[in-house]
Design a protein around this ligand. Sequence first.
Ligand code: ADP
Length: 159
Amino acid sequence: MKIAVYPGSFDPITNGHLDIIRRASKIFDKVIVLLAINPEKNCRFSKEERLNMLVEVVKPYKNVEIDSYNGLVIEYARKHGASVLIRGLRVVSDFEYEWAYAAANEYIDKEIEMVFLMARKELTFISSSQIDELYNSGVDISSLVPKIVLETYTRTRNK
Ligand code: ADP
């Protein structure tokens, strides 16, 4: 069974992330979307809020699971029998970061492959931080994020 882990902050999950999940679920037997907890990162949404949104949006995909981890993603992958880490690539600036990430992972464990999926053209400009900026400026983000994300923004507006 080919198991892949798709790690990220998902703060919040966007239609760009969801497209990667949908495509990965067709390639691998099982995909674990991993909320990677980085205590140093100042997130808009709590761990619980991000997990709730993730659980909701992957419901249509029977071979996709959600988990969270407070440590090295590659260590998580190893413990859970995954042989692949998935990342999405949007623009050239993503490449630099992903290249360093891949090099570090290779140093730790050469057996785990990184697989990069190119963002769909129309979703290339979507990032969690951009979504947050647009929302805070009063722009309608409903076509850029799943419905549950918009609901969570509304519910936690006064945070
Ligand atoms: P991280 O903090 O680990 O970069 P993110 O949640 O920002 O977490 O992103 C997780 C992964 O999803 C990264 O590989 C990122 O490049 C990818 N990604 C983010 N937005 C998109 C998008 N619009 N299309 C394709 N991939 C994306």
